[in-house]
Design a protein around this ligand. Structure first.
Ligand SMILES: NC(=O)c1ccc[n+]([C@@H]2O[C@H](COP(=O)([O-])OP(=O)(O)OC[C@H]3O[C@@H](n4cnc5c(N)ncnc54)[C@H](OP(=O)(O)O)[C@@H]3O)[C@@H](O)[C@H]2O)c1
Length: 228
C-alpha cells in the first residue's frame, strides 16, 4: 500500500498535478523543483511537503532524498522521477557540450541517482514503486530532438534494467511514456494536446493497480497525435 511519495518536477505541469491528485487521495507527498515560490503555493494548496533542489547538481539527488526521508519520518513508499526539460531543439550540427551535459544531468543522471537512493531503502523493505517519466520520443524519434531524445533513451534503458533488478525483491518499476501534453514544457500552448491533469491521472493510477500487478511500460498520447 503506497502511503508516501516523492515527486520531482512538481512545481509545474504534469508533476504538479501528480502532487495534487496524490494529496487529494490523502497520501503524504514531498514535492520538489527549483522554483520555491511555486512549490510554496502548492504546499499551501495541497498540504504537501515542499523542497527546492536544482537537480542539475551532482549531489542534489542524494540530498533531496535525505530531505524527503526527514520530512516523511522515513523512506517514501514511491518515487516519481518526473523532472525534465527540452531546451535544445535543432540540428545535430548546432549541439554544444554544455547543452548535452545539462539535459543528461536532469533528464537522466538525477533520475538514476534518485533510483539508487530509493532502491537502497526499498531492497531493505522488499516493497516500493518507482515511476520514471520518459516520453514517446523514445519510440518515434524525431529530427531536431537528438539531445532530448538521447537523454530520455538513457532513462528508458536504465528503467528497463531496473525493472529486472527490482522485480525479484517485490519492488515495482514503471516507465511512463507520455505523448504531447499542454504544459510550460514547450513555449507554445497546445490546447489540442493532453491536459496535465489527464497525464497525471495516468501516472497516479499506475500506483494503485492491484498488488499482484505491475505496469512496466505505460504509453499514452493525445488523440490528435499520429506519430506512432
Ligand atoms: N509536456 C509534454 O508534452 C511531455 C511529453 C512527454 C514527456 N514529458 C516529460 O514529462 C515531464 C514533466 O514535464 P512537463 O510537461 O510537466 O513540463 P514542465 O511543466 O516544464 O515541468 C518540468 C518540471 O521539471 C522541473 N525541472 C526542470 N529542470 C530542473 C532542475 N534543474 N532541477 C529540478 N527540477 C527541474 C521544473 O521545475 P523548476 O522549473 O521549478 O525547476 C518543473 O517542475 C518531463 O520529464 C518531460 O520530459 C513531457
Amino acid at each position: 500500500m503506497i502511503k508516501s511519495v516523492l515527486v520531482t518536477g512538481a512545481s509545474s505541469g504534469i508533476g504538479r498535478d501528480v502532487v495534487r491528485q496524490l494529496c487529494a487521495r490523502g497520501l503524504a507527498v514531498v514535492a520538489t523543483g527549483r522554483d520555491a515560490e511555486r512549490l510554496a503555493a502548492l504546499r499551501q494548496e495541497t498540504g504537501c511537503y515542499a523542497a527546492s533542489f536544482d537537480l542539475s547538481q551532482p549531489e542534489a539527488p542524494a540530498e533531496l532524498y535525505a530531505a524527503a526521508r526527514a520530512a516523511l519520518g522515513g523512506p517514501p513508499d514511491a518515487l516519481v522521477n518526473n523532472a525534465g526539460f527540452n531546451r535544445r531543439k535543432g540540428p545535430v550540427t548546432d549541439i554544444t557540450a554544455v547543452e548535452l551535459d545539462a539535459h543528461m544531468a536532469v533528464n537522466f543522471r538525477a533520475a538514476a541517482l534518485l533510483c539508487r537512493e530509493a532502491m537502497r531503502d526499498m531492497l531493505t523493505r522488499k516493497a516500493g514503486h518507482i515511476i520514471n517519466v520518459v516520453s514517446t520520443v523514445v519510440w518515434h524519434k524525431a529530427e531536431h530532438y537528438s539531445v532530448y531524445c538521447a537523454s530520455k533513451c538513457a532513462l528508458h534503458g536504465f528503467t528497463a534494467c531496473l525493472i529486472k533488478e527490482a522485480r525479484p525483491h517485490g519492488i515495482k518499476v514503471t516507465g511512463v511514456y507520455p505523448g504531447g501534453t499542454d504544459t510550460p514544457f514547450r513555449a507554445l500552448e497546445r490546447p489540442d494536446y493532453m491536459k496535465s491533469e489527464s497525464a497525471a491521472r495516468m501516472i497516479v493510477d499506475t500506483l494503485f493497480v492491484p498488488d499482484d500487478v505491475v505496469v512496466h511500460e505505460l504509453t499514452f498520447r493525445p488523440m490528435v497525435e499520429t506519430n506512432f
